[in-house]
Design a protein around this ligand. Sequence first.
Ligand SMILES: Cc1cc2nc3c(=O)[nH]c(=O)nc-3n(C[C@H](O)[C@H](O)[C@H](O)COP(=O)(O)OP(=O)(O)OC[C@H]3O[C@@H](n4cnc5c(N)ncnc54)[C@H](O)[C@@H]3O)c2cc1C
Length: 308
Amino acid sequence: MTTLPTPRGKLTESRNLNDLTWLRVGGPADFLFQPADIADLQTFMRDLLADISVFPMGVGSNLIVRDGGLRAVVIRLGRGFNAISVEGNTVTAGAAALDAHVARKAADEGVDLTFLRTIPGSIGGAVRMNAGCYGSYTADVLRKATIVTRQGDVVDLTPEDLNFRYRQSDLPAGAVLISATFEGPSGDPEELHARMSAQLQKRDESQPTKDRSAGSTFRNPAGFSSTGRADDVHDLKAWKVIDDAGMRGATLGGAQMSEKHSNFLINTGDASAADLEGLGEEVRKKVYETSGITLEWEIMRVGDPLTE
Ligand SMILES: Cc1cc2nc3c(=O)[nH]c(=O)nc-3n(C[C@H](O)[C@H](O)[C@H](O)COP(=O)(O)OP(=O)(O)OC[C@H]3O[C@@H](n4cnc5c(N)ncnc54)[C@H](O)[C@@H]3O)c2cc1C
């Protein structure tokens, strides 16, 4: 029987994670901890036995949690970690703030973080994943990230510390991001809001935004960088090689490669994590057989499969 510190926030034993992920799959975490505030998180981390794993989770828009769940304390930030403030061109947001809210609030104040508007994650997930679209990435605008370390200390990290790469950054093991500071270019609020509306519409036209997905399933196969520089070419699209392998619309149980965008893996209703991951692996195999390309997962897969 594991004994955990008693926090002021909410600690739930054996909590299913399926309703906390966009794909609506995932078995139980040993514990789910929703800290009340920074001090509560610090004390909990400090007092938690060092051999107990911690998994910080955002809003689960880039995750397949396997059906057997996670042998860890999952930490999910909520109220107390979602404040957004704007001063000049500097925007500071709590890690639980949604990217879309941050983009809108920044635009209201004439700061261009519009690329965040259509990404359905939280700021913690955006920093960890170096989220980006339309040629802009979190790495371009991040100035500082603040974490609580596994030992319970509050530490500021620079962009260099985070070592941003395509859809990736480095955090100390077990650390929880609690806030981030960005600096965006100036823009006219009306123009920024109009641009975000256009981007939302573009997404709805080209991606299955109403389905349960976790965004792009695989990385595009070639030539990426996290900088969005003009010389960053990415000619070969994952959806194209998936189409070439005949896997658009392919199904396994309740999982499907979307007919609308073949690099989107969707839960059509009753998919298990095993269906989704299994279909993804089937796609990787078929793509390798037809084009010799090894697709790399962009969706993070965590936890244990179910054992019989
Ligand atoms: C329809 C759709 C469209 C998408 N389009 C895009 C896109 O255009 N561009 C793009 O980049 N992504 C896209 N995504 C993927 C996803 O939204 C991003 O990766 C997002 O940044 C994930 O944020 P999250 O809060 O959901 O993180 P989660 O999925 O919950 O977690 C992702 C990773 O971040 C870590 N993490 C989350 N919060 C914290 C924290 N507070 N401290 C430490 N680590 C943390 C987790 O441990 C995990 O490793 C899309 C997803 C969907 C469903």
